[in-house]
Design a protein around this ligand. Structure first.
Ligand code: SAM
Length: 912
């Protein structure tokens, strides 16, 4: 279940009268527990040590108690030994009037009226495996509102199918945006009276809903009519309390879809929510999925947390402004200059979604401006920061509508906070008619037109906030000498995920600049366009991006182009998980890259250190791998750079499947035990090694060929290989005269070390293993033959994993291994015999630790959440031993590891 579905079932449960008997199972069910699980919990011996309570291990301990007992039962649950023994996350007690609960991971306890519980359900989302950030926990409102609007939207489409077709989607989106505005306005007293919009619809429309659409349409008409024109427009008297809104929101068609009784009651229900609690950055992110068929399933799950957005905005420009504020002290002139500077800052997000980066930037600037006003003794002063300074491009129509609304709401809320309710309301209406969010394709639009870097003239002023033509770029305003900051979280798509149109867009941007552009991620287009834009004026950029553009071959393709525009990386945040609200979401791994052509002396490199905190390092240069140090690219080399052994590909069969066998096929060959020993070998590719899948191959040495051919079942297979190779291309043809064998015959005499060519990103270590010399490694893996064991210690180290993920890059969420690019280039300090002996011991310990869990596979053992402790310890000792060889101590984090590896690489590679 996702958060929105949970909200629905929680609301349904708490809307019903309380029933002590059924409360616990229904409560657990509304947080996604299956009925069978709950039954099992109830029927099996209770884990709880409190009479009548129910305990679900690692989740909740709860009890329904008699009236007035809530607090004491809550304390009992909390103190119960069973609670700690079973690692319970939540305790909860209720008597049907009050609820008292606590998230034992350290959040404030919650006490509320029973009926009010749905307003706090965000607090309990971890019960459903949804780990939320604090903002979401505190903002149950936004999820509830999204959930209800979603229900209304779906219900309306049932009765008005024509509103759902593509050509009318804008009309429907626009209608939803109007409704949201009305709900917000009636709760914030922008519309005077008690819930003016909802009450009017309730009172003026028939209970059977037959004229609901007409009533709403008349209200919309009044919102678009100046008070002085109302009598001429023949508006009904009951609309006269509605103000004139303008701003294009209510201009144009006032057609409203027809309402069923259910839709009408949903609408009234939505009006019952407290819309003053809306948080425009959270709400925007959630609500945009309402009209998106594909995203509705994951409704509201793509919320980007404010701290993550600030990871982009702070180093891009906010830190600098705050430092100036700090330095200004109480000096009125310096403060005034800073205020002027702020009023001319433009923030431009060319993939803005529902505008969350813009909203946060706006709120932060207002906070700084307010502090200036306070220090200058001008509290409550009207803001100098125009909303038009916050510009965006967004492909999806509804998201673009919501982005505008979110900014309008943010402006109102800031006015309320810094100036007071009267001023906020007085200045709110009529809305401005300028439009700053362009609905269109950012890769096909001219950014200079949409957000001119500087200028004073207003060339076109649209009179419709929501219906402006695409080319609204010309709306301009005083910002001569202003700064522009480009930011956002543009889409990531590897080449396989791109549509034909997206490939065309990539082509248009890169084809004339570089050959291998097809290997680039789609997000690279935004970096390139930002660098081109930056060449025209005072501007800096920072995007959240898939980290793949700073890894492997993309580095060599993209970054020389960006650097050639005069831009450099002035700050970066190395890879971290960008999680969202989706249930059990592991998040994608992203990096943040900040570019500028105004080059500061020192650059800032942020990274997450082992204890989870963020560390910032001031460095002279950040290269395209996001490592402190010189700009350069690691290229493939044929031989190892240092003392490591030679690593080659495994063996390619080119056999149409005839030399490869599963257990059943081996049986069908009908061999004697001796023949099996002579001809059948264990066969290992990546999957076989990692997941322990049994596979075999025919391995026939020339000296045994006659015997092999005398066995009909083997001869048949050899004949088929011959035919296939003779009909194949040159490589196959060349080996058609020895169809009993693989293309290459790479085997160890004593042992073979196997290194799979791809491995899951979720493992903390690369898989590597030692096979007997009889085993055959396939071409889906790499192999080192008869190598000293300390080579395994290298591959199994954290250092090597970090090197591989950086210089080889990834295939979607899998790490890609390469001998020539990753192993041969891996820089090693000169190893002494003692070092080698120590590492050999570490490698043995890792293998022995795995052995102790036989028959667990590599996949079982290396799940990063559940690695056995003795294996973890063995790897830890290995890392300790190897890292001490590099720097005499453990590295603090991966950034430090990479910095050292690159430094050494440049040193060793430079000498060769
Ligand atoms: C990862 S989302 C980020 C949106 C928002 N900042 C957030 O955090 O929710 C990327 C946004 O880019 C939009 N988008 C995708 N391709 C686009 C294009 N070619 N031009 C403009 N916007 C695009 C998507 O619709 C989506 O809203």
């Amino acid at each position: 279940m996702n958060a929105v579905e949970i909200e629905q079932s929680v609301s349904d449960l708490f809307d019903k009268p309380f029933e002590a008997e059924s409360f616990i199972p229904e409560f657990l069910e509304s947080f996604g527990n299956k009925a069978t699980v709950i039954k099992r919990l109830q029927s099996s011996t209770s884990l709880s040590d409190i009479d009548g309570a129910l305990l679900q291990r690692s989740n909740i301990h709860l009890k329904v108690c008699s009236e007035g007992q809530v607090h004491s039962v809550f304390n009992q649950l909390k103190a119960s030994p069973a609670t700690s023994k079973n690692k319970v996350k939540f305790v909860l007690a209720t008597d049907g009037h009050t609820i008292e609960a606590e998230d034992l991971s350290g959040n404030e306890p919650l006490v509320c009226d029973y009926k009010d519980f749905p307003n706090h359900f965000g607090y309990f989302l971890p019960l459903a495996g949804i780990e939320t950030v604090k903002q979401i926990r505190d903002s149950s409102f936004d999820i509830r509102a999204t959930s209800r609007l979603n229900r209304l939207y779906v219900e309306l489409l049932k009765d008005n199918p024509s509103w759902g077709v593509a050509e009318n989607s804008h009309q429907m989106n626009h209608f939803m945006a109007r409704l949201i505005f009305c709900f917000f306005a009636e709760d914030t007293e922008i519309y005077k009276g008690n819930r003016l919009f909802t009450t009017t619809v309730e009172q003026m429309s028939e209970r059977d809903s037959s004229n609901t659409h007409q009533v709403i349409s008349e209200i919309f008409r009044s919102l678009n009519t100046k008070l002085t024109d109302r009598s001429a427009e023949k508006l009904p008297r009951w609309t006269e309390l509605f103000p004139y809104v303008n701003g294009g929101l209510f201009a144009g068609s006032v057609e409203v879809p027809k309402f069923s009784k259910i839709a009408r009651s949903y609408l009234l229900h939505i009006g019952g929510l407290d819309w003053t609690k809306i948080n425009p950055d959270i709400f925007g992110s959630m609500i945009q999925a309402v009209t998106d068929d594909e995203e509705r399933g994951a409704l509201g799950m793509h919320y980007t947390s404010v701290p993550n957005i600030l990871k982009v905005l702070n180093p891009l420009f906010l830190d600098d402004l705050r430092e100036q504020l700090e330095n200004a002290g109480d000096n009125p002139r310096t403060l005034l200059n800073l205020r002027k500077r702020i009023s001319k800052i433009r923030v431009f997000d060319p993939a803005c979604g529902s505008g969350n980066f813009l909203v946060i930037a706006y709120k932060q600037l207002r906070e700084i401006e307010n502090e200036i006003n306070v220090r200058r003794g001008e509290v409550g002063r009207k803001s100098d920061i125009p909303l038009t300074n916050f510009r965006g491009i967004e492909l999806r129509d509804f998201a673009a509508e919501i982005a505008r609304l979110a900014l309008i709401i943010a402006e109102y809320q800031c006015d309320l906070l810094y100036r007071g309710q009267k001023e906020a309301i007085d200045d709110f209406l009529p809305l401005d008619s300028e439009n700053w969010i362009t609905c269109g394709n950012a890769l096909r639009l001219d950014w200079l037109g949409i957000c001119p870097p500087t200028g004073t003239a207003i060339k076109i002023q649209s009179d419709d906030l929501f219906e402006t033509p695409l080319n609204q770029a010309q709306i301009d305003f005083e910002n001569e000498g202003g700064e522009t900051y480009i930011c956002g979280n543009p889409p990531y798509l590897g080449s396989r995920g791109q549509t034909d149109e997206q490939k065309d867009e990539m082509k248009a941007i890169f084809d004339h600049r570089v050959k291998n552009w097809k290997s680039l991620d789609y997000v690279a287009c935004w970096f390139m366009k930002a660098a081109d834009y930056g060449a025209q004026g005072n501007c800096a950029t920072a995007f959240v991006s898939t980290n793949s553009i700073c890894q492997g071959m993309q580095v060599a393709i993209l970054w020389p182009l960006i650097f050639s525009t005069g831009h450099q990386i002035v700050f970066a945040h190395t890879s971290f998980k960008w999680s969202n609200l989706a249930s059990h979401n592991a998040g994608v791994t992203v990096a943040i890259v900040g570019l500028s052509n105004r080059l500061p002396k020192m650059r800032k490199l942020y990274s997450i250190i082992e204890n989870g905190a963020t560390e910032v390092k001031e460095v002279v240069n950040i290269n395209a791998y996001l490592v402190p140090g010189r700009d350069f690219v690691v290229n493939k080399i044929a031989r190892p750079l240092s003392q490591q052994a030679e690593m080659t590909f495994g063996n390619t069969p080119i056999d149409g499947g005839n030399l490869l066998l599963n257990k059943e096929q081996v049986k069908l060959l009908g061999l004697t035990p001796d023949q099996e020993k002579t001809f059948i070998r264990d066969f290992y590719g990546s999957a076989e090694f990692i997941r322990g899948v049994s596979r075999y191959c025919l391995w026939i040495e020339d000296k045994h060929l006659d015997e092999a051919l005398s066995i009909p079942s083997i001869k048949k297979r050899i004949d088929q290989v011959r035919i296939l190779r003779m009909e194949g291309g040159k490589t196959a043809n060349d080996i058609s005269d020895r169809p009993h064998q693989f293309q290459r015959l790479n085997v160890g005499l004593k042992s073979t070390t196997i290194i799979p060519s791809v491995s899951s990103e979720s493992r903390s270590y690369l898989p590597v293993g030692l096979l007997p010399s009889s085993a055959i490694v396939s071409n889906a893996a790499f192999a080192i033959f008869d190598a000293p064991l300390w080579n395994i210690a290298l591959v199994a180290s954290r250092l090597h994993r970090v090197w591989i993920s950086t210089v080889c890059g990834q295939l979607e969420t899998r790490l890609r291994y390469s001998n020539t690019l990753g192993w041969n280039t891996f820089p090693l300090p000169q190893l002494t015999e003692k070092n080698k002996a120590d590492l050999t011991k570490c490698a043995e310990d890792i293998l022995l630790a795995r052995e102790s869990h036989f028959p667990a596979t590599i996949a079982d053992l290396y799940e990063s959440d559940s690695m056995p402790q003795n294996l973890k310890d063995a790897h830890d000792r290995n890392d300790e031993a190897l890292e001490r060889i590099y720097i005499g101590r453990r590295f603090k984090n991966d950034t430090e590891r990479l910095e050292k590896l690159f430094e050494l690489y440049i040193k060793i590679a430079g000498k060769k």
